[in-house]
Design a protein around this ligand. Structure first.
Ligand code: VG1
Ligand code: CO
Length: 543
């Protein structure tokens, strides 16, 4: 085995987006492409000599090959040790858990999350720091900067390492530990939730369907929900992680998790339905004929956290991304705790969690989590709901309706326009940016605009500034429209339009969401001239 220094030239566009670098598999398969990015990570960190890294991914196509590349490069760059999930598998929250538990320098997570997989699908890579969370912008900027100037990378000429057999070994002069990808995570879950109560809930005959969408949550959900909590075998469906997710689009929302929705709307639906995404950091919570919006889920979790052992001590604060509905703000106000509003992307929660300012965090995009790790966590959210069901004896529908009765309902929807041409999409956003300066105080379709801006965030912990995080239009009645471009897509541009309206009157809580938001949807379309600028008469995905 010898260390090779390979000459290379920069690739364009190795700029991490909302959550790491995501590209088509074919892009990653180009000679030197992955190597350039991995070396840029190592260089931006000041080298990894003597350090311990965690490596794993969601098992999608190219995961195994990428793990081998990273092992060889870590060894050539002098890493003391690499901890790898067996088979190259680690869900995103499990990777965060392992980094924290073993106090490693950081970790590399291989995933394109909810994006489809397979040879024609997407692949992705991101770096997480020693707190277990996604690298903050100053590090991702440094990685990108390095990638634009890279001239060489180091790798080890070595046979493929056996990542399927548990245990220790060496590659070059680095140690390798192949670990059970589920064990540490399952142990952490047992510290947070009332497993006895949930076991009793299942033993009493309650039923559940967890749809893993053939992605990485399968092994985690099976071990925790079936093995440890005693749910019958078969509770977890599509539980085998497949390289192409069995053709599923592994995004847990009503548009993509159609099998689960059909099941939960059926005559003999189970009591509880849930799904998770490609890398198991997202979750969807479903009752009979009811999908709980992620924003409501965050609010309900916050409002009932005292029922869950790991959170019974109370919440330091809560945080949500800007486009996420304000439902949790009402809970925070009632609890008398802080509520932070951050830009989209989990990396912005890290400082708040580290500083003990927030205990729970959430995003409208089916992401919920807490200070137990530094990623959003799909299986954790499902266990939280199971704990609430077990502790209250109530159904999902009862919990949601009681929440709305107490706090009012924030009707909420996101409209995605996918695979737009980049130029017109950028033009649409720029035109809005130009408009917002003069919108406050004016009326749109009879509604007075209270605030209009391009959201910017000043991190209260380290003072870092993040601008241009989305156009928001807030009306005097508290309803909102938000526009932003996705930072995780791999094809053209994706425009996301978010609409929210608060309704206090319980008599109106049963309205259908799109009906309840019709006025705002019309204003959003007109203000941005969505159909004129994009040529689309309807969104691609409505959630
Ligand atoms: C999307 C979501 C965002 C989430 C991000 C990563 O980003 O909107 O809330 O944090 O995906 O989630 P964007 O830039 O496409 O809107 V995951 O599960 O893809 O790591
Ligand atoms: Co994900």
């Amino acid at each position: 085995m010898s260390i090779q220094t390979v000459a290379t030239t920069p690739f364009e566009g190795q700029k991490p987006g909302t959550s790491g670098l995501r590209k088509k598999v074919g892009v990653f398969q180009q000679a030197h492409y992955l190597e350039n990015f991995v070396q840029s990570i190592f260089d931006a960190l000041g080298g990894i000599a003597g350090k311990t890294l965690v490596v794993g991914g969601d098992g999608r196509y190219h995961n195994r090959a990428a793990v081998q590349t990273i092992l060889q490069m870590a060894a050539a760059n002098g890493a003391a040790k690499v901890i790898v999930g067996q088979g190259g598998i680690l869900s995103t929250p499990a990777a965060s858990c392992v980094i924290r538990k073993y106090g490693t320098f950081g970790g590399i997570i291989l995933s394109a999350s909810h994006n489809p997989g397979g040879p024609d699908g997407d692949f992705g890579i991101k770096y997480n720091t020693d707190n277990g969370g996604p690298a903050p912008e100053k590090i991702t900027d440094a990685i990108y900067e390095r990638s634009t100037r890279i001239t060489e990378y180091k790798t080890l000429e070595a046979p493929l390492y056996d990542i399927d057999t548990l245990g220790g070994g060496t590659i070059g002069s680095s140690q390798v530990a192949v670990i059970d990808p589920v064990a540490d995570y399952a142990e952490l879950m047992q510290q947070l939730f009332d497993f006895d109560a949930i076991r009793a809930w299942f033993a009493a005959g309650h039923t559940m369907q967890f749809d893993a969408l053939s992605a990485v949550s399968g092994p985690y959900a099976r071990r925790v929900i079936e093995t440890l909590l005693g749910a019958p075998a078969g509770t977890v469906v599509n539980g085998e992680p497949l390289e192409d997710f069995g053709g599923h689009h592994p995004d847990p929302n009503p548009a993509h998790a159609t099998e689960l929705i059909a099941c939960m709307n059926g005559a003999d639906a189970p009591d509880f339905g849930a799904a998770s995404d490609g890398d198991a950091d997202r979750n969807m919570i479903v009752g009979r004929n009811l999908v709980v919006t992620p924003s409501d889920s965050l609010a309900i979790i916050a409002a009932n956290a005292q029922l869950v052992p790991g959170y019974a001590r109370g919440l330091a604060g809560v945080a949500r991304s800007m486009p996420t509905s304000c439902a949790v703000d009402r809970v925070a106000a009632k609890l008398g705790i802080a509520c932070y509003e951050t830009p989209t992307g989990w990396k912005f929660f890290g400082n708040l969690l580290d500083a003990g300012r927030a205990t729970l965090c959430g995003e409208e995009s089916y992401g919920t989590g807490s200070d137990h790790v530094r990623e959003k966590d799909g299986v954790w959210a499902v266990l939280f709901w199971l704990n609430l069901l077990a502790a209250t004896g109530k159904s999902v529908n009862e919990l949601v309706n009681a929440h709305w009765a107490e706090y009012g309902r924030n009707f909420y929807s996101r409209h995605d326009y996918e695979a737009l041409e980049t130029e017109p999409a950028n033009g649409l956003l720029q035109a809005l940016r130009d408009k917002v300066a003069t919108l406050a105080g004016t009326k749109l379709a009879g509604k007075t605009v209270q605030l209009a801006d391009d959201f910017a965030y000043d991190d209260p912990v380290d003072g870092s500034h993040s601008g241009k995080q989305g156009i928001r239009i807030v009306f005097e009645d508290g309803s909102r429209i938000v526009y932003r471009l996705s930072g995780t897509g791999t094809e053209g541009a994706t425009l996301r339009v978010y609409m929210e309206r608060y309704e206090a009157d319980p008599a109106l809580h049963g309205l259908e969401t799109q009906t309840a938001l019709a006025e705002l949807i019309a204003i959003a379309g007109d203000l941005a001239d969505i159909s004129g600028r994009t040529g689309r008469s309807a969104p691609t995905v409505v959630t």
